[in-house]
Design a protein around this ligand. Structure first.
Ligand SMILES: NC(=O)c1ccc[n+]([C@@H]2O[C@H](COP(=O)([O-])OP(=O)(O)OC[C@H]3O[C@@H](n4cnc5c(N)ncnc54)[C@H](OP(=O)(O)O)[C@@H]3O)[C@@H](O)[C@H]2O)c1
Length: 240
């Protein structure tokens, strides 16, 4: 039986590539998104993958979302926590709302999704969780105390939950992407982006499909001995 996977933020950017790669590998994929109905519809029309709208920062919405996916596709055995946002500002200008939104979505979303699926994974003795962190959670970044804190938190979360799942057949790993060519990076001013690319040893931005390859590797049934790890995919920019 094909395993059911939920990819949060799975309708565009890195998440879209992950959803597609998993579908092509034979998984039954549910792609979650927050509010961009137009992009979600285009994604479903193009790929045939079902899109599910809910806000990962809401504990109750995640519980209801997992329930709905399970009713329609079957028990959720794999989760890719990919949904993420930025609200960049220097500390001088960063207000409490920008802090809360990023922490609640990027890190709170991870907790909400894992919590909603955890008991089912425990009872079936199998689970694969991949959390998408960031190079900026490993190395920090100017103007991103909220984002760096949330992503750094994801790496700690992964190591802690990995310990809880280890003897139960559940692996929990993270991927820390470097700069990937998506809408999120397109929002960075061109002159800043040129400086960023100049610091990437491989000499270019990464492609979303290059992150998806890592996810496929980590969620495989054969990956039972890999847990609590962080896979850095960043063109050599930061060795961690
Ligand atoms: N791009 C990079 O260079 C880079 C580098 C390191 C790490 N990352 C991380 O990789 C992940 C994907 O990044 P990306 O560049 O592909 O982002 P993106 O193109 O901006 O796409 C973000 C996705 O997340 C969804 N989303 C946002 N908030 C959500 C919420 N509250 N509930 C549910 N879904 C939500 C969006 O849904 P809608 O379409 O409905 O808005 C969208 O599908 C993020 O966690 C990001 O931090 C990205």
């Amino acid at each position: 039986m094909a395993r059911v996977v939920v990819v949060t933020g799975g309708t565009r950017g890195i998440g879209e590539a992950i959803s597609l790669a998993l579908k092509n590998a034979g998984y039954k994929v549910a792609a979650n998104y927050a509010g961009n109905d137009e992009r979600a519809k285009a994604f479903t029309d193009r790929t045939g993958i079902a899109a599910y709208k809910w806000d990962v920062s809401s504990f109750d919405d995640c519980a209801a979302g997992i329930k709905k996916v399970e009713a329609e596709l079957g028990p959720v055995e794999v989760i890719v926590n990919n949904a993420g946002i930025t609200r960049d500002a220097t500390m001088k200008k960063m207000n409490r709302q920008a802090w809360d939104e990023v922490l609640d979505t990027n890190l709170g979303g991870c907790y909400n999704m894992c919590k909603a699926a955890w008991d089912g994974m425990l009872s079936r003795g199998f689970g694969r969780i991949v959390n998408i962190g960031s190079i900026n959670g490993q190395a920090g970044q100017y103007g991103q105390v909220n984002y760096a804190a949330a992503k750094s938190g994801i790496h700690g979360f992964t190591k802690a939950l990995g310990q809880e799942g280890a003897a139960k057949g559940i692996t929990v790993n993270a991927i820390a992407p470097g700069y990937i060519d998506t809408d999120m990076v397109a929002a960075v001013p061109a002159e800043v982006l040129a400086k960023i690319v100049a610091r990437i040893p491989v000499g270019r931005l990464g492609q979303a499909s290059e992150i998806a390859r890592g996810v496929l590797f980590l969620v495989a049934d054969e990956g039972g001995f890999i847990t609590g790890s962080t896979m850095s995919i960043n063109g050599g920019q930061h060795m961690y």
